[in-house]
Design a protein around this ligand. Structure first.
Ligand SMILES: Cc1ncc(COP(=O)(O)O)c(C=O)c1O
Length: 381
């Protein structure tokens, strides 16, 4: 099988190509598309990085991750997530969550294995599953009362004996659900019963609203430990998307297999980047709280501005409800782009379960958000 032929550009990259073509014709567009915070990396983190560079921290890193970084991750997981992992054997530094997901799937899958994937969900899980020889198996989400969930009967119905992995993302991109402890216990129970490994992508953990709080699936279901892999990165929490630094935590045998993948490819984030990342995780966390407040304000703006938007419990996306308009979400997205100059992603790009919605990002604020919402209101009127 030609694994490369099965790879797809992400939805955002495909739309970006359309955007660039229009911009080349001189069109002025406003984008509420990307999941990239417009806030700068906090100054104290940048300072640690520049100091590390001046101090000659420019050689090859420890390929598992610098010891200080792995130790900072272990302390952070205990402090914030109530999870205990041994920094020597159970933690791996990765070039963003993206590499962690790739290494995990490559380490876990055999040719022909299936991966249960919520529908809709972050579309960039699909290609690394294919690259690892697996087949994505959608688990239809339930949209009820303005909230998406992943019911047990959907999981059971999607399950086959070939299913080796379930990927879960909480807070959930694009739909904004923050799974509750009860939901996570149920999902964890399913993984145990069906002998499925849970790849848990918790990259939006600090961005939650109101009474909603992120709970790590392993904290909700401790008996899952041998089948749980934690994926995280500093991209969203500390506005560090371009630094390409993240980490995974899981059973030593799985981390060792992932390390073998990493050692043949990326060999980990740059040494000075890991120094800065360790400082970010161990240093003052008020920058995280202040970013969270900023997103909460933007979320209010979006919800006040759009008549029919599902209120996200976490993350920085809101789903505009465009059901019942007699047009596909992709057709609406194209019309908004071509006639109203605003860029959003159609919900169907995240799986058929996203049809009837548009993903509106508030990772950018200020005039971009103001103007983007004005164009959206006009286009959806
Ligand atoms: C759910 C989810 N996981 C992973 C990533 C990629 O993260 P990183 O920048 O750490 O590679 C993103 C980025 O948008 C995301 O939304």
């Amino acid at each position: 099988m030609d694994r490369i032929a099965a790879l797809q550009p992400t939805a955002v990259n495909a739309i970006l190509a359309e955007v660039r073509a229009l911009q080349a014709q001189g069109r002025n567009l406003v984008s509420l598309m990307r999941g990239e915070p417009d806030l700068p990396t906090p100054a104290h983190i940048v300072e640690v990085c520049t100091r590390a560079l001046h101090n000659g921290r420019t050689g090859y890193p420890d390929n598992r991750g610098e010891k200080a970084f792995r130790e900072a991750v272990a302390l952070k997981l205990e402090r914030d997530n109530h999870l205990r992992f041994d920094p020597a054997t159970e933690i791996l530094a990765t070039s963003g969550a993206t590499f962690g997901i790739h290494a995990a799937l490559t380490a876990l899958l055999e040719e022909g294995d299936e991966v249960l994937v919520p529908d809709p969900v972050y579309d960039a899980y699909q290609s690394p599953i294919r690259l690892a020889g697996g087949t994505p198996r959608p688990v239809p989400a339930l949209l009820e009362g303005g909230r998406f969930s992943l019911p047990l009967d959907s999981l059971e119905h999607a399950w086959t004996s070939k299913a080796k992995v379930l990927i879960l993302n909480t807070p959930w991109n694009p739909v904004g659900t923050v799974f509750t402890a009860a939901e996570l216990e149920e999902i964890g129970g399913f993984c145990e019963r069906r002998n499925v490994t849970l790849i848990s992508d918790e990259i939006y953990e600090t961005i939650t609203y109101g009474e909603h709080r992120h709970i790590s699936p392993l904290a909700a279901c401790p008996s899952l430990r041998s089948r749980y892999l934690h994926i995280n990165s500093l991209s969203k929490t500390y506005s560090m998307t371009g630094w390409r630094v993240g980490y995974c935590a899981g059973p030593a045998a799985l981390i060792q297999r992932m390390f073998m993948v990493l050692a043949q490819s990326s060999r980990g984030p740059a040494t000075f980047v890991q120094d800065a990342a360790a400082a970010a995780l161990s240093g003052p966390q008020d920058c995280v709280a202040s970013m969270q407040r900023e997103y909460a304000g933007r979320r209010e703006m979006v919800l006040n501005s759009l008549d029919k938007a599902l209120a996200p419990e976490g993350g920085f996306f809101a789903m505009a409800d465009v059901r019942g308009r007699g047009e596909s979400s992709d057709a609406i997205r194209r019309r908004l782009l071509n006639d109203h100059g605003v860029v959003v992603v159609d919900g169907a790009a995240y799986g058929p379960g996203g049809e009837g919605t548009l993903r509106v990002s508030f990772a950018s604020g200020g005039e971009t958000l103001n103007e983007g919402l004005r164009c959206l209101r006009e286009g959806l009127r």
